[in-house]
Design a binder for this molecule. Structure first.
Ligand code: SAH
Ligand code: SF4
Length: 441
C-alpha cells in the first residue's frame, strides 16, 4: 500500500511459470544465517541470543560472548552502526576480530525514486538477485514506511498488481528489518550519541536527546505498515521476528501501537499475530458478499467473510482505542453500491467490531480489469458508513507518479496482456486452492 491519511496511516518453493523468469535458487539458510561468499556472517536479522551463540562458536567464552552480543546488538539495532570500528565501547583489539568474521549488512538499493508529493520508493535487491520494494509516505503528523514481506505474493487478488506475480520467495528476517534500517539510514534518523549531543549543545543547537534515546517526537519515520509486496501472514515467523527487533526498546524501539499488519484474511494466523506480537491489525475486506469477494480476493473461497469477521472479533488487543482497520478498495460497479455500504455496516455491527474503514480509491495498473469508482460514489459510500458511527476516511493516493501507490508495487514481473493475466490467474487460482487445502483448518 501507499495511501495514507490516517491509521494505518525459507523456504517457500518457487513455482516457475510461463510469465516469470526462472528464479535463481535462494541461498540455503543455516540456522537463520544466510551464507556469504566471503565466509563472513551477516548479523542483521539475528536476535541477541543467536549473536551470542555465533560469538561463542567463533571462540569467545560463554560470558564474553554474551556481553559482546549485548553490546553489538545495541550498536546494530539501536544505533544503526554498520562498522565494528565505530563500536566505541568494544576494545580496539576486539573490533578487527569481529570484522574478520562478521558483517553488518543492508539490502542493496537498485533505485531510489522521489514522488512530487514527497513519497519515496526504493527498489531493493536480495543477495540472490530478487527485487522488492519499500515506500515511505510523509504526512503532516506522521511518516509511514510501507514494508514488504515477500517477493511476489502467494495470493492473487484481482485488483492488485503484486497479485500478478508468482511468489518468488519469502523475505528473511534480515531483509524485512533491513528495510526499516535502510529507511532510518536514508532519513538520517538514528539516535545521536552523547558526544554529538554535547557538540550540538556547544553549538547552541536545540538537542535534547540522551545517548541512544529515541522518541517519536519530531521524527520523520513514526509508523510501519506491513502493506508492501506479499501476504505477511504467509511469512509470519519471519515477519514476527523482524517486528520483535523493531519493537524492542534496545532495538529499533518503535511502539507496537505504531505498527500495523495488513492481511487478506489468513484466518489461522490472525490469532497468532495477536498473541505473539499484538500489533495493529488491518484486514483487506474489499467486499461484503461471497460472490464478489470470491472473485476479487480469492482466498475468500477458503476463508469466508463471516469466519474472518469472527477472527477479527477475537483478535487479542482489539479495543475501541485500538480499532481494527478494514480496507475496502473502491471498484466501479463491483463493490461500491449504497447497498454494499449498508451491508458492511450490518456485518461490522453484527460482530461488534471496534472498526474503522479505510476506503481506497482503486489505483489502476496496465492490464487491470477494474476501474475506480467515481468520487461521488465513494462519497456516498463513505457517508453511509460514517452515519452509522463508523469512521470511513477516503485515502488519498500517494506516489502514483512513481508507481508507489497501493497495489502498484511490482518490480520483477514484465508487463502482461489481459489474456496473459487471465491465464496466470487461472493457474494461480488452482495453485492457491491446492496450497490452501494443505493448511490446517
Ligand atoms: N497482502 C496484504 C498486504 C499488502 S496489500 C493484504 O492484502 O492486505 C496492501 C493493501 O493495498 C491491501 O488492502 C490491498 O488490498 C490494497 N491494494 C492492492 N492493490 C490495490 C490497488 N490496485 N488499488 C488500491 N488498493 C490496492
Ligand atoms: Fe497479495 Fe495483498 Fe496483493 Fe492480495 S492484495 S495479491 S494478498 S499483496
Amino acid at each position: 500500500m501507499t495511501d495514507t491519511n490516517s491509521q494505518p496511516s525459507g523456504g517457500i518453493m518457487t513455482i516457475p511459470g510461463p510469465n516469470e523468469p526462472m528464479p535463481v535458487p535462494r541461498p540455503t539458510l543455516v540456522d537463520g544465517v544466510t551464507p556469504r561468499e566471503d565466509g563472513r556472517t551477516d548479523l542483521i536479522g539475528l536476535p541477541k541470543t543467536r549473536i551470542a551463540e555465533l560469538f561463542e562458536a567463533a571462540g569467545l567464552d560463554k560470558k564474553a560472548a554474551k556481553l559482546r552480543a549485548k553490546q553489538v546488538y545495541h550498536w546494530l539495532y539501536h544505533r544503526g552502526v554498520t562498522e565494528f570500528e565505530a563500536m566505541t565501547d568494544i576494545a580496539k583489539t576486539m573490533r578487527p576480530w569481529l570484522a574478520e568474521r562478521f558483517v553488518v549488512g543492508r539490502p542493496e538499493i537498485v533505485q531510489a525514486q522521489h514522488s512530487s508529493d514527497g513519497t519515496r520508493k526504493w527498489l531493493l535487491r536480495t543477495a540472490d538477485n530478487h527485487d522488492y520494494e519499500m515506500v515511505f509516505i510523509p504526512d503532516a503528523d506522521r511518516g509511514t514506511l510501507c514494508v514488504s514481506s515477500q517477493v511476489g505474493c502467494t495470493l492473487n487478488c484481482r485488483f492488485c498488481h503484486t497479485g500478478t506475480m508468482r511468489l518468488v520467495r519469502n523475505l528473511t528476517v534480515g531483509e524485512i528489518v533491513g528495510q526499516v534500517m535502510l529507511a532510518r539510514d536514508a532519513l538520517g534518523e538514528w539516535p545521536k550519541s552523547a558526544s554529538d549531543t554535547r557538540l550540538a549543545t556547544m553549538a547552541g543547537l536545540d538537542e535534547d536527546e540522551d545517548e541512544g534515546s529515541y522518541s517519536a517526537d519530531g521524527r520523520l519515520l513514526t509508523n510501519i505498515v506491513m502493506m508492501g509486496m506479499g501476504e505477511p501472514l504467509y511469512n509470519f515467523d519471519n515477519v514476527r521476528d523482524a517486528l520483535k527487533l523493531v519493537m524492542d526498546g534496545d532495538g529499533l524501539a518503535l511502539s507496537r501501537r505504531r505498527i500495523t499488519l495488513s492481511t487478506s484474511g489468513v484466518i489461522p494466523q490472525i490469532e497468532r499475530c495477536g498473541q505473539e506480537i499484538s500489533v495493529n491489525l488491518a484486514v483487506s475486506l474489499h467486499a461484503v458478499t461471497k460472490e464478489v469477494r470470491d472473485e476479487i480476493v480469492p482466498i475468500n473461497k477458503k476463508y469466508g467473510i463471516e469466519d474472518l469477521l469472527q477472527a477479527c472479533a477475537d483478535y487479542p488487543g482489539a479495543s475501541n482505542a485500538r480499532r481494527i482497520t478494514f480496507e475496502y478498495v473502491m471498484l466501479k460497479d463491483k463493490n461500491d453500491s449504497d447497498e454494499d455500504a449498508r451491508e458492511l455496516v450490518r456485518l461490522l455491527k453484527k460482530y461488534k467490531l471496534p472498526a474503522k474503514v479505510n476506503l481506497i480509491p482503486f489505483n489502476p495498473w496496465p492490464g487491470a480489469a477494474y476501474e475506480c469508482s467515481t468520487p461521488e460514489r465513494i462519497k456516498s459510500f463513505s457517508n453511509i458508513v460514517f452515519e452509522a458511527g463508523i469512521s470511513a476516511p477516503v485515502r488519498t493516493p500517494r506516489g502514483r507518479d512513481i508507481d508507489a501507490a497501493c497495489g502498484q508495487l511490482k518490480t520483477a514481473a514484465k508487463k502482461m496482456s489481459r489474456a496473459e493475466i487471465d491465464r496466470l490467474y487461472a493457474e494461480k487460482d488452482k495453485e492457491v486452492v491446492e496450497e490452501l487445502a494443505q493448511l490446517p483448518e
